[in-house]
Design a protein around this ligand. Structure first.
Ligand code: GLP
Length: 242
């Protein structure tokens, strides 16, 4: 695990964007795994800048997002599909049909999850996966105690995650979906490179446990210690408990 500590999230995100840009230069048809949440926003802004100012070309890139809430239509303001469209896809030259987000409205969820896994395999596997981290150490929506061997599946959000995410639902926990579809930890570990971003004081404990703690399913992100090519980009505040 390579740890990259920068003064602030902006500088760390620019460094992470350079890693993504290098991949896209070297492999124009790269397969990239993407994350939502507030953390990757600066990375996505930097990728948009690189596209607009330096011609970074996404026309052959394929993406797979980590997760989606169950029961939200793609156009819902808080759906992860809409988040990705608004914060990245609509601002770069990616083909929408090459972008994938789990289907939170699927009638047959297990079949839809299996199809998502198959689509990743058919695309040649994920070259680079972008990750955030929940304050409880979750990656995607793989909450504490998720199996390290897990694949894309339905999960129930923990009370902590529902509380953390209520700010996006008018601070009303009853509006937060309690179920989601998420890539599994096994799916994430299959990516050829993982880059995790974590900023701010409220991630410091999870970052310390991820980087220095034992590898344990109670801290899902700690499995990255076993990944051959994992980079963790953090700011000073997120590094404060290391
Ligand atoms: C959600 C997402 C995760 C994300 C986490 C942290 O739970 N499913 O992928 O890492 O939130 O969000 P934030 O970056 O807003 O702190």
């Amino acid at each position: 695990m390579e740890l990259i500590i920068k003064d602030n999230g902006q500088v760390a995100s620019e460094a992470a964007a350079r890693v993504v840009a290098r991949l896209v230069h070297e492999k124009p048809n790269a397969v990239i795994g993407l994350a939502t949440g507030s953390t990757p926003l600066m990375l996505y802004r930097e990728l948009i800048r690189l596209h607009k100012e330096e011609g970074l070309d996404f026309s052959q890139v394929t993406t797979f997002n980590l997760d989606e809430y169950i029961g939200l239509l793609p156009e819902h303001e808080q759906s992860y599909r809409r988040f990705m469209n608004e914060n990245l896809f609509e601002h770069i030259n990616i083909k929408m049909e090459n972008t994938h987000v789990p289907d939170g409205m699927a009638e047959d969820v297990p079949a839809s999850c299996a199809a998502y896994e198959q689509a990743i395999v058919d695309a040649g596997g994920i070259d680079l996966q972008v990750l955030g981290i929940g304050s409880d150490g979750h990656v995607g929506f793989n909450e504490p105690t998720s199996s390290f061997a897990s694949r894309t599946r339905i999960k129930t959000l923990t009370r902590q995650t529902v509380a953390d995410n209520a700010r996006f639902f008018e601070n009303d926990e009853s509006r937060v979906p309690h179920h989601c579809i998420t890539m599994g930890i096994g799916t994430i570990m299959d990516a050829r490179m993982n880059i995790m971003l974590a900023f701010g004081e409220n991630k410091a404990e999870a970052v310390a446990a991820t980087v220095e703690g034992p590898v344990a399913s109670i801290m899902p992100a700690s499995i990255l210690q076993h990944h051959a090519n994992a980079k963790v980009f953090i700011d000073e505040a997120a590094a404060s408990q290391l």
